[in-house]
Every structure is written in C-alpha cells, then in structure tokens.
Design a protein around this ligand. Structure first.
Ligand code: NAD
Ligand code: ZN
Length: 358
C-alpha cells in the first residue's frame, strides 16, 4: 500500500494499492467533524461488477446508482443526485462517496460542492484515468453547449484507490487512462518517462506492481502541481499538455466516440511536434511514436484543419483570442506559448505524415 498526502485546501490522504478499500471505514471515522451520514454515488457498471466488494467495505446510509460513465455528467442526473441527498436527509456534516471513473467523480464532486453550499466527499476511483481526475478538486457537469462548463473547485477529503477495480477495466479504457500517466511523465519527470519507455511494452500485460508504481508517480506529480496552484492561475495549466488539440479531436469525433486519453495522446504528439519547432525541444519523436503505436494508440486524426482550429479557439486556456499551447522546452519543462494559426496548420499536416512511421 502507498500513502500520499495532497496539500491543496486542507491536506488530504491518498491511499493506493490492492486492499486500499479496507481502509475506507477508518478514514471516514477519522474525519472531523464526525460524519453524520453517508450517500454513496456509484457508477452503474462498477456497481454491477463489484457489488460484493462494495457492500463488504463501504458503509453507507443511502445509495444512488448513476448512469454509466459520461451519461452521469448531466443537469438531469445532477438534479436527481441532489434529490437523493435531500430525501436521505444529508446535513452539513454528511459525506458523499464517489465510486467510479472520472465521470462519477466529477458529478459526485460537483454534487458535494453545491449541496448546502458544500459538504465533504471521498473519491474511490475505479479507472486508470481517474488517478488524474480524483486528485485536485476539479468537479463539473457538462452543458449541451460545452463539456465541463458548469463546475466548482472542491477538494475531496480523501482518495482511496484500490487496484482491485482495475482488473475489470476494458483494454481501451486502460489505454485511455494510461495516456494521462504518460502525460504526467512528459511534463514533469524525464526519469519516469524513461521507466515507462523501457518498462511498458504492452498494455494488456501491465505488471500490477509497475502499474501501481506508475499511478502513484502520476498522482504525486499532479498533487505537487495542484498544491502550488490550486485554482489554475498559472502552472496548473501545464496539466493540459496535449489537451488543446486533444480536446478538439475529442469534440470533432463526437464525445464518447474516441476516449479522452486516446485524443490526449494524439494531442501530445501534436504538442511535441510543435515544441520541436517552437522551443527547440530535443526529443526522439519518431521513437516515441513507434512506442505509442505499439501500445495501440492512434497518433493522428483525419479531420480538416479548419474544423479543429475552430474548436481549439474555444479552449479555456486561451486569452484575448490567442490559442495558447502547453509546450515542452524539454521533458519535464513545460511552458505556455501563444501560437499563430499558420503554424498550427503546418503541424497538423506534419502530424498526418507521421502516420507512416511503423
Ligand atoms: P468514465 O468515468 O466515463 O468511465 C469509463 C467507462 O468505464 C464507463 O463506461 C464506466 O462505466 C466504466 N468503468 C469504470 N470503472 C470500471 C471498472 N473498474 N471496470 C469496468 N468498467 C469500469 O471515464 P474516465 O475515463 O474514468 O473519466 C473521464 C471523465 O473524467 C471525463 O468526464 C473527464 O472530463 C473527467 N476528467 C476530470 C478531471 C478532473 O480533474 N476533474 C481530469 C481528467 C478527466
Ligand atoms: Zn485529461
């Protein structure tokens, strides 16, 4: 078992490993002021697959099963979750437990952030991607006009990350989540990147102990950045490496068609090529592309540049209509740079040509 502490808002523990869930009761008992009642919000699929384990370890007074994945992040489900909390009589000292992937965590976190102007919640992430979303306190639901456009910063009281859940995760979800692990290495830690490059030759056969190590590293990196900039005034934006082009790819494909991490990987290759042009990043991009392809990632998208460009202009990082990119000066040294449209188009074409690399 691994224990970390995140210093954002009040400090909170992250417990990672097989059997982490056996520590949840004690974690809840130790919260001050004492918890009066618990509402468990859980992803439908996770409940189906892991009901026994949940019942064995999580003590709750009321339960609301959320629609699977992204379908939970709607105004309608938010209203239902609020209704459940009210009917169950949650008060200011009650607790919400979020058990599921990033979508569950975002919906449950937003419910906790807004119920009676804010009650506590604990994240029990069940996907690899959620090593990223469970830490840092960003919560949100989607609006028909934009993803994550209604939200709040609200840090959890604890994160209990039991690797048992990951055993039922489909390969595509593993691949999607692992892209964010690679992102954490690229923006913060050249040695960790090297360990990934040499240690991971297949996502089907990820060694559980190595996966646990990689998730811990990813959480540490994210936690460190968030503790220095909780509300994204400056360096927290570095966590968006790969996300400017990546989000455009995700929106263009129709949310859910391509998974978030699959799009972020395309965005990271794009941002690396742009970095090589703009900041002089010295990086063996062709070797990196070969590696990610061998892990089953796609590295480009067959979309017209104008349409992606239009989508990139809506990015939350932009200021004064300039498109701002997180680039790398070196692995582990990100920076924010404004980019002209003509340069963006050039890299878009260059990326398509890299598709030929085997
Ligand atoms: P998700 O929550 O949609 O889960 C993906 C799918 O996996 C769902 O169908 C779910 O039912 C299923 N699933 C979950 N756990 C499982 C398990 N153990 N076994 C089998 N199936 C399981 O997706 P995600 O990739 O975890 O998270 C994506 C969401 O996270 C997006 O909404 C994104 O906006 C959000 N996000 C938030 C932050 C943040 O800082 N708040 C950061 C990154 C992403
Ligand atoms: Zn992401």
């Amino acid at each position: 078992m691994e224990y970390l502490t995140i210093h954002a808002g009040a400090s909170y523990p992250v417990i990672i490993g097989e059997k982490a869930l056996s520590e949840i009761s004690q974690t809840v008992r130790e919260l001050k002021p004492a918890v009066t009642s618990v509402l468990l919000l859980i992803d439908e699929k996770v409940y189906q697959l892991h009901q026994q384990t949940i019942k064995q370890h999580i003590q709750y007074d009321s339960l609301f099963i959320l629609p699977q994945g992204e379908k939970a992040k709607t105004f309608s489900v938010y209203e239902q979750a609020m209704g459940e909390a009210l009917e169950a009589g949650l008060d200011r000292h009650s607790l919400i437990i979020a058990c599921g992937g990033g979508a569950t965590g975002d919906l449950a976190g937003f419910t906790a952030a807004t119920y009676m102007r804010g009650i506590r919640y604990i994240q029990v992430p069940t996907t690899i991607l959620a090593h990223d979303s469970a830490v840092g306190g960003k919560t949100a639901i989607n609006h028909p006009l934009g993803k994550n456009m209604t939200g709040a910063f609200h840090q959890p009281s604890a994160v209990i990350y039991d690797s048992l859940f990951l055993k039922t995760l489909p390969l595509r979800e593993i691949r999607s989540g692992f892209a964010e692990v690679i992102k954490h290495a690229l923006i913060a830690d050249p040695e960790f990147l090297e360990e990934l490059l040499t240690g991971v030759s297949s996502l089907e056969k990820l060694e559980p102990s190595f996966l646990q190590y990689a998730l811990k590293k990813g959480i540490q990196i994210k936690g460190e950045i968030v503790s220095r900039d909780e509300r994204e005034q400056n360096i927290r934006a570095f966590l968006n490496f790969g996300h400017t082009y990546g989000h455009a790819v995700e929106a263009w494909s129709g949310f859910g068609e391509k998974l978030h991490g699959e799009c972020v990987m395309i965005g990271m290759i794009y941002a690396s090529l742009l970095s090589i042009e703009k900041t002089g990043l010295d990086f063996p991009i062709e070797q990196f592309i070969k590696w990610v392809k061998s892990l089953g990632y796609e590295i480009s998208i067959n979309a017209p540049f104008e349409e992606l460009h239009h989508l990139m202009k809506k990015d939350k990082k932009n200021l004064n209509r300039n498109i701002r990119f997180v680039l790398l000066k070196a692995v582990g040294q990100p920076e924010l740079v404004n980019i002209e449209s003509s340069e963006l188009e050039y890299i878009h074409q260059l990326l398509k040509r890299k598709e030929e690399i085997q």
